[in-house]
Design a binder for this molecule. Structure first.
Ligand code: ADP
Ligand code: MG
Length: 376
């Protein structure tokens, strides 16, 4: 933090007025159900993005990031236009735009959340800026309101149609818990996930591959879920039980059934996972996480050989549960592991990837940590 403050002074010639940070996140379970009114269960990781901000008595926003060579991007605060300006600068400036702030500002960003690894460095950045500005201008927004504002910045100013999960957990997480978020009404509940004292941790395996989608990908899968809803004459896949859905299988074509089956069962898996965590059953919880991978692979068909190999290798060498995370066709997988198995599992995954001639993966360890905070 001292480093950030002195770098800020060096760049902008004044001291920061506020410093705030916000974490990245991992979603334990609840994949591809945020657009189905489903439940998700993310937790905040300990890696944060920190921002230092001061008013600059001009009509300009000047912003720089240590992860983008520290060069200043400058733009007039009265002329903010969505989807313009340097790509990375749209995240912090989008938040200023969404908050309708009309004062000139200097902003310096320093993030430790790896960019583009599926850990949501984008929400960490937005939420750090939103938290800092909420404090600096005494705006009084609640955490759910700030989550909406940060999402609006990303949806409209950046142009990325993300859901509300990443911003919600980055702002509302508490240490040692995961956050159950109901995407239907945005209600939340803290769910105990204090794994460190149990000798457990979450390993993130970034395959570093992003396969091109061969068949229209996500939009097509989403359309299948919508088709299931209309063919069955229901309002949402949220409103049908797994048993009722199976009983009505003959009313759907095979592809529609299998993709919507992922949605229906995934929502149930999140609820099952929550019950298992509440009763401290981490073995049962791990099994539910692994079942989610099978469904993403076989029903929703968004996995790829690299993700499958990462998951299978982690399971073979002691993981309690493992699955691919995020959109799919590449990106990252997670594995709930015993901390003492960390080096073994990493080296076995590296060997398996080498043998399969896959690109070398990156690894991150994650423990459930606190959400955004003003730190100065
Ligand atoms: P993810 O959120 O999974 O990390 P995204 O593509 O959604 O991946 O967001 C990554 C983008 O967010 C980066 O390409 C960059 O534009 C922006 N970003 C995130 N963190 C920083 C940072 N510390 N400095 C500058 N830009 C950042
Ligand atoms: Mg993102």
């Amino acid at each position: 933090m001292q480093m950030l403050a002195s770098k800020f002074e060096e760049l902008f010639g004044s001291a920061p007025e506020v410093i705030a940070s916000a974490p990245g996140r991992v979603n334990l379970i609840g994949e591809h159900v945020d657009f189905l009114d489903g439940f998700v269960l993310p937790f905040a990781i300990s890696d944060v993005t920190t921002v230092a901000i001061a008013r600059n008595q001009s009509n300009q926003i000047r912003t720089a990031s240590m992860q983008k060579s520290g060069a200043i991007f400058q733009t007039e605060v009265a002329k903010l236009t969505p989807k313009t300006g340097e790509a990375w600068s749209r995240y912090p400036i989008g938040v200023i735009w969404a908050l309708e702030i009309s004062t000139g500002l200097d902003i310096l960003i320093d993030g430790e959340v790896p960019l583009g690894a599926g850990l949501s460095s984008s929400a960490a950045l937005e939420c750090a800026v939103a938290t800092a500005l909420n404090s600096l201008f005494e705006l009084g927004f609640s955490l759910p309101e700030l989550a909406r504002i940060a999402q609006r910045a990303e949806n409209i100013y950046v142009g990325m149609p993300c859901g509300i999960m990443d911003q919600s957990v980055s702002l509302m997480a508490t240490a040692g818990n995961a956050l159950l978020l109901d995407t239907r009404d945005l209600s939340t509940e803290q769910i105990p996930f204090d794994i460190a004292p149990l000798g457990l941790e979450l390993l993130v395996i970034d395959t570093q591959v992003h396969h091109k989608l061969v068949d229209g990908g996500y939009a097509e899968r989403r359309a299948s879920c919508e088709k299931a809803v209309s063919d069955l004459g229901i309002t949402s896949l949220r409103d049908i039980s797994v048993a009722d859905f199976i009983a009505r299988k003959s009313e759907l074509d095979a592809k529609t059934f299998s993709r919507a089956f992922h949605g229906v069962t995934e929502m149930q898996r999140v609820l099952d996972a929550v019950q298992l965590l509440k009763s401290g059953d981490f073995v049962g919880f791990g099994e539910v996480v692994s079942a989610a991978h099978i469904s993403l692979r076989d029903n929703y068909t968004v996995s790829c050989p690299e993700l499958d190999l990462a998951v299978e290798t982690a399971q073979k060498f002691g993981a309690l549960g493992a699955r691919m995370i995020g959109g799919g066709f590449g990106g990252s997988a997670i594995a709930l592991i015993k901390a003492r198995d960390l080096e073994l599992i990493k080296s076995e995954i590296i060997s398996a990837f080498m043998a399969a001639k896959f690109k070398a993966p990156r690894f991150f360890s994650a423990l459930p940590s606190a959400g955004a905070a003003v730190i100065n």
